[in-house]
Design a protein around this ligand. Structure first.
Ligand code: 2IP
Ligand code: CA
Length: 399
């Protein structure tokens, strides 16, 4: 069955906005929030962190996305994969499978079990889960292509940068638009990929905590989407270089694009993780170097043009961290590639064909979350010239 891509993208944006509402609601009440945090164990755990948490917000967000997308496009829910398992253990040691029930009352009853009987909190969350989100985004209507439903599958990262979500402060300061830590580094990532090629098709990055209103103490957020399919590339950043129909905003974006692609080599900037290897840190020290938390957030910095490149040399990100940002970067003419494979091809002199990340193939012989790791690290970029320059710099030093 063929679906209108604009319908799928609209549903993804709606699901991401509802998820952002859940993430904000859970964070708002500190006491409630402490009740919701649970440590991940065994094969669920990211080896990078001493402790790796999951929160009810993560689990609930993932289930809401599955439920809402499945209701709109029956059958698709079986092809939606995420970081979290939907099992939660409450303080009484009861295992509860979190999900969205047929009615708000039933969802509230289920959530109350996880919340140790706190019916007020459960009712609040259930009302958000069952509240219909509507958004005015006329740009979504510009997408006119159709796509067969059975070609699509979805990766969801319900809350990326869970550590910042749990421990991050609200009042961090940014440098050149980039937050090194804090709630701004939290993102919700939903990416659709092609089941047979494994390449990304469309995606949404939602940033639930952008600015906090000092009077109401309420946070507002923002979202970005992008799609590239059969020669069509369109992004919420209005990247389309379609002269006749350009509004002032469109022209601003085109200008920004031009500046980004013309950034000279000594103006190149890179964002990396604080845990990046010393070799990479020193190789990149001649450039404008930023540190930031969150794989999704670092990719978002590239999407927004705050930095030229996000580079990670290690295997600590996963398919769900990259699929959505990759789709958006692709719609802007960039992408996400396998870092180690790029390095190899660069040394062999054949970097013409880029080793783009793909989303349908597990790592051979790996188990648990490591099956879906981006084994060779990654480089996320908006402009090919910047990718080449970074790879030249890295391959000229001994790591
Ligand atoms: C994490 C999160 C971390 C990131 C790590 C991801 O996902 O994005 O922040 O590490 O690679 O897997 P870093 O911030 O050092 O880049 P999650 O928070 O969903 O576990
Ligand atoms: Ca993640």
């Amino acid at each position: 069955m063929a679906l209108k891509m604009s319908d799928v993208l609209t549903a993804l944006v709606h699901a991401s906005e509802k998820s952002a509402n859940i993430a904000r609601a859970c964070k708002q009440e500190e006491e409630l929030f402490q009740l919701l945090v649970q440590e991940k164990k065994g094969s669920e755990k990211n080896k990078k962190f001493v402790s790796d948490f999951k929160t009810l917000a993560d689990v609930l967000v993932q289930e809401v996305i599955k439920h809402d997308m499945g209701r709109k496009f029956p059958g698709l829910e079986d092809h939606i994969f995420g970081e979290e398992s939907n099992e939660f253990t409450n303080s009484l040691g009861e295992k509860i499978k979190v999900g969205v029930c047929a009615t708000e009352e039933d969802t509230a009853k289920l959530l109350a079990k996880v919340l140790n009987g706190n019916m007020t909190a459960a009712k609040l969350l259930a009302s958000i889960v069952h509240h219909h989100v509507s958004i005015e985004d006329p740009d979504l209507e510009k997408v006119t292509a159709d796509i067969p439903q059975d070609t699509m599958a979805v990766w969801v990262d319900p809350i990326d940068s869970t550590f910042q979500y749990i421990k991050g402060y609200a009042n961090e300061k940014s440098k050149d638009g980039i937050y090194s830590k804090g709630l701004q580094c939290v993102t919700i990532l939903i990416g659709v990929y092609d089941r047979s090629s494994g390449l990304p098709l469309m995606g949404v990055i939602n940033q639930p905590f952008v600015a906090c209103d000092p009077e109401t103490c309420r946070w507002n957020g923002q979202y970005f989407w992008g799609l590239s399919y059969k020669g069509i590339s369109i992004c919420s950043l209005r990247n389309e270089v379609n002269a006749a129909s350009q509004s002032a905003d469109d022209q601003d974006e085109v200008l920004r694009q031009k500046m980004i692609s013309q950034a000279g080599d000594n103006n190149l900037s890179v964002v990396i993780s604080t845990s990046e290897s010393e070799g990479i840190k020193s190789a990149l020290s001649m450039l404008r170097l930023y540190y930031a938390a969150g794989a999704g957030y670092k990719s978002l910095c590239v999407v927004q043009g705050f930095v030229s490149v996000y580079l990670l040399s290690e295997d600590t990100t996963f398919k769900w961290d990259c699929c959505a940002p990759h789709a958006i970067l692709k719609s802007l003419g960039g992408g996400i590639v396998d870092f180690q494979e790029c390095l190899k091809r660069q040394k062999d002199g054949n970097l013409d064909e880029l080793p783009e990340l793909v989303y349908n193939t597990p790592v051979n012989g790996a188990t648990g979350v490591d099956r879906w790791a981006n084994k060779g690290g990654l480089v996320a970029y908006r402009c090919r010239k910047h990718l080449d320059t970074i790879m030249n710099i890295i391959s000229s030093v001994n790591l």
